[in-house]
Every structure is written in C-alpha cells, then in structure tokens.
Ligand binder design. Sequence first.
Ligand code: GDP
Ligand code: MN
Length: 382
Amino acid sequence: MDLLEYQGKQLFGKHGLEVSDGKAVTTVEDAVAAANEIGYPVVVKAQVLMGGRGKAGGVKLASNEDEAREHATNILGLDIKGHITRTLWIEHASDIETEYYASVLLDRSAKKPLVMFSTEGGIEIETVAEETPEKLIKQHVDPLVGLSKEQALDIATQGNADEDVREGVADALVALYTVWIEEDASLAEINPLIVTPDRQVKALDAKVSLDDNASFRHPDHAELGDKANLDPIEVKAAEQDVVYVKLDGNIGILGNGAGLVMSTLDVVAQAGGEPANFLDAGGGSDAAKVTQAVEIILSNENVKAVLFNIFGGITRCDEVANGLIAAFKSLKPTVPFVVRLDGTNDVEGRRILEEANLPNVQAAKTMNEAAEMVVAAAKGNS
Ligand code: GDP
Ligand code: MN
C-alpha cells in the first residue's frame, strides 16, 4: 500500500525524523483556515500517489490568505497524471539551502535492505542514477544489526554531505531506517531531504510504501492509503474477499490460483488481447462465489469478453460449471464467455455446460485455444 505524503510524514515524525507540522484538508475553506492557523508562508501540496507534483502545479507557496485561497482553489480537483487531487496538505514553508536525497528499500537480489543517499536531491533519482551514478551512494545494511550511526555517518561522508550536517544526515538516515523496519515498509524515501539556512536537516517530502503482508501487525495502518481515489470495483472486490486487480484492457479474466491467473494474462496478451483484470477465484468455487466474481468482472464497463480459465484440483470443474450457470441466471450477461475447464471432473463440467446451452458461451480445451477464442470474441464485440 502506497501512502500519501502527509501520512508518510506522520510515520516519519513518529520515529524522530524532523518534519513540518501541518494539516490535511479537503476544502478550500479548511485550507485557508489551516494556513491562517499555521502562519505564513505556507506550502499548499496536492496529496496524490504520484511523483512530480511540483512540476504539475500541485505544490505552491502562499505568503498570505489570498494566495492560500487561490492555490487551494487551483490545486483541489487538479489532475496530476490521472490522479485527481481531493486532499491538500498545508504546512509551514521551510527555507531551503540545500536539497539531498535519501531512501531505504529492499534489495531483493541481495536479500538485504539498501540505503541510498545523494546530495543531488529535489530531482528524479533515476536521472541521478543514470547521469551521475557516482553521486548516488548505495550501501546494504545487515538486517540483523540494523543501520548503526557509524554506518549512517559513513554513508553521509561517502555521499559528500556538507561536513557540518553529516551528523544530522546520519540521524535522519537512522530514523528513516527505523521507519522502514518498524512500520514494515517496502520503501521509505525522502526527496528532498533539506538543509535549512540554520543547518537543520529535515524531510520536505515523503514517499512510503507499506508491505501489505505485514498489515496484521499494524492495525493503525488500516486508516492509511489514498481512500478517496480507490477504484470502486476494487473496493467492492476487497469487501467480498475476492482477489481482484483492475487492468486497462477489455478481456475479463477469471482463474483459480494466482499463478494460473498470471499465466492467463500472459497468454491473452500473446494472443493479441488486453486483459481487463486479474481475478483469482481461489480453491473451491461454489455458485455464490462464481456469481460474485462474474458480477465484479462485469462491473468494469470496458469488458467486451470474459475468459474463465479453470484448472481443477481442489476446485472441481463441475462445480464451476454449475456456478457459471447460476451466475448467468441471475446476471444475464450479454458479453461472450470462453470457458476452459481442465483437471478434476472436467468432462463432467463441459457436459453440464453443453447441456445448459448458455447463450454466448464457448468451451475450450486448452489455454492457448481459449486465449485465441476470447481475443476473437472481444474483437467481434467491440
Ligand atoms: P514532488 O514534486 O511531488 O516531489 O513534491 P515535493 O514535496 O518534493 O515538492 C516539490 C518541490 O517544491 C521541492 O523540491 C521544493 O523545491 C519545493 N517545496 C516544497 N515544499 C517547500 C517548502 O516548504 N519551501 C520551499 N521553499 N520550497 C518547497
Ligand atoms: Mn519530492
């Protein structure tokens, strides 16, 4: 789960990183009230899960009430690369002397946390990595030891941080590492990590991704994330415990088992189609579950055809076939379906489907055949 900047900053503050106090608001009036309370100059910042907000006009300084109102009005509703701004973060503006970069992430190939630091902050770190890689310091951390102050100081020194703030940078790195470990984050990034004219080191931005597999350890994280911009279909799916991810294409996909669903997406793409979703129906698919899943798939209006790819193991193909018949009775879908049933009770499953003679349902024997059929069906229905 990706966090909005202000949520990331709250976690930073909790673990001792220096951040500005501020207020999250959703209306112009509340923004102005918050700005008046905080005291000018303030910075008005769009809270969307997308970088480059500054360039897109989503970060503005205001030195009085009129400017705060103007910026809040312009930024609320602003579309930043497809993300609509519904929340603003107002904080007291900081004076910036220098902009650094710092992050902690998991280096999967090394199986270790990786700390990155650069004095080239405020710009995209990918650019620094590409054009001046010697200015991006990377050090692995022994996860059993953690990031010691000594190692953090070494990183600040290697990275050429101004000598008088190396101590402060090291403290910030240790705090950032603590956020990463204690909050079970997969990424904790500060860009820019600023040095103020009075030589304070402070996080001006926050990009934090949490590891959802650890959410059971953090009941307080349930409040976080970009609730206002969630996809309504994904919300509905999550409520019904259906593993669903919306994609950009027009072919609805249902399979049983995450691995099978992922390979289904691949074969559909290879056959020239574009999947509209990932949906793992899991093991054992009774009528109610299949109906629910079909309803979720079809609530995406882009869907022009649907592929059921079932490899029966624990899931019995006859049960899925009966589930599909029940789903057709209650939902009466109008888009074509291609159904591939293989494995446990597949012969029985196909017989049940054939007898039911559902409108617009074709049976396929292999996954490749099914993919080609559904791509053709989607084209015919567009
Ligand atoms: P991003 O563009 O989405 O990465 O958003 P940031 O939070 O990093 O802000 C973009 C830029 O706005 C920063 O790099 C700063 O240059 C500027 N900025 C943000 N907050 C302040 C502030 O408090 N004071 C000043 N002077 N500039 C700021
Ligand atoms: Mn930034």
